[in-house]
Design a protein around this ligand. Structure first.
Ligand code: PMV
Length: 326
């Protein structure tokens, strides 16, 4: 069987997936909308080989335990589909910090799904790959198609997938990622989703999601940056208000994250159109027009506690490459 390598981008959700209708199938409570990121990438090489005695998983140069391993659980779904029992070797690398709010599970599972399904001899459509990837990590289904992506609001396994709304070239915007700490978060998003409904605000959030999706899609269709940014920032604050009011509460914001949030408001008052968004973690994403990306990064690097910035533009989804990791 062939050795296959895939490269997948992480994605930033402008409208977030938080809370599920079904934990096992990872069916979200609401639709979400995202952009693939050009410089937050996972590269994964997969080989099934009858000479292998056991499964091996190496992530960021570290050999992982196979017991209860999330990647191997995903490989088992693929082995079942391909009707094979062959052992696998997986080597995967991120070019950015893992577990700090930069959605490494999105790029990680998208790369694994595409590389492993090809290596197992499956020929899946983009939709089927997105559905399969979703079972590994929900948000990873949005890293499969290109550019600006919608994960549809759906109730069944077969209809819950992501599709491209616009190609990456459609809109010249940027996401300046600001790394505020490389410490890993204590509570993963998989665990966090289960706590969402314990917030008294959660049902209210869900009630308004369809309307919010409609509004942001209109902004995207008309490239209305200011209105778009306002929705994006309010959505991130709403997500964190759910975190803060869950039982137990989830507090991901660090002093350096809050300093960047305050700074963004100040820069805006001074005439620079930039808006922040946040995921499950302390790192922060600054959304601006492409022409302002370098300036925003320079400003952010001066905020106390900021470790580094990574400028991203809209990018293609997951693709196969020739160069293998082993
Ligand atoms: O796909 P998960 O389980 O890592 O959850 C992603 C949750 C958020 O990043 C907060 C939102 C999103 O839609 O990406």
């Amino acid at each position: 069987m062939k050795k296959i390598t895939a490269v997948a981008p992480s994605n930033i959700a402008f409208i977030k997936y938080w809370g599920t209708k079904d934990d096992v199938l990872r069916l979200p409570k609401n639709g979400s909308l995202s952009m693939n990121l050009s410089n937050l990438l996972t590269t994964t090489t997969v080989e099934f080989n009858t000479t292998f005695k056991q499964d091996v998983v190496i992530i960021n140069n570290k050999k992982e335990s196979i017991k209860n391993n999330r990647a191997i659980k995903h490989i088992n779904r693929i082995r079942k589909l391909a009707q094979i029992k062959t052992k696998v070797k997986i080597v995967s690398k991120n070019n950015f910090p893992t577990g700090t709010g930069l959605s490494s599970s999105a790029s990680g599972f998208a790369a694994l799904t595409v590389a492993a399904s090809h290596a197992a001899g499956l020929e899946l459509s983009e939709k089927e790959l997105s559905i399969l990837s979703r079972l590994g990590s929900g948000s990873s289904c949005r890293s499969i198609p290109d550019g600006f992506v919608e994960w549809l609001d759906a109730n069944t396994h077969e209809t819950s997938y992501a599709k491209s709304l616009y190609k990456p070239e459609y809109w010249d915007i940027a996401d300046v990622v600001v790394v505020t700490s490389i410490d890993k978060k204590d509570v993963s998003s998989t665990e966090g989703h289960k706590l969402a409904s314990s917030s008294i605000f959660f049902e209210t959030r869900v009630e308004f999601m369809k309307e919010k999706m409609k509004r942001i899609k209109e902004c995207l269709a008309n490239k209305k940056f200011k209105a778009f940014g306002e929705i994006v920032e309010a959505e991130a604050l709403e997500l964190h208000s759910i975190y803060l009011t869950s039982h137990p509460s989830l507090i991901y914001l660090l002093p350096s994250t809050l300093r960047v949030m305050h700074a963004v408001k100040k820069w805006r008052e001074d005439g620079l159109p930039v808006y922040f968004t946040l995921n499950t973690g302390q790192d922060i994403h600054l959304i601006c027009e492409k022409k302002n990306a370098k300036k925003v990064a320079k400003f952010a690097e001066k905020v106390e506690g900021v470790k580094k910035t990574i400028i991203n533009y809209p990018s293609d989804g997951t693709r196969l490459v020739e160069k293998h990791l082993f």
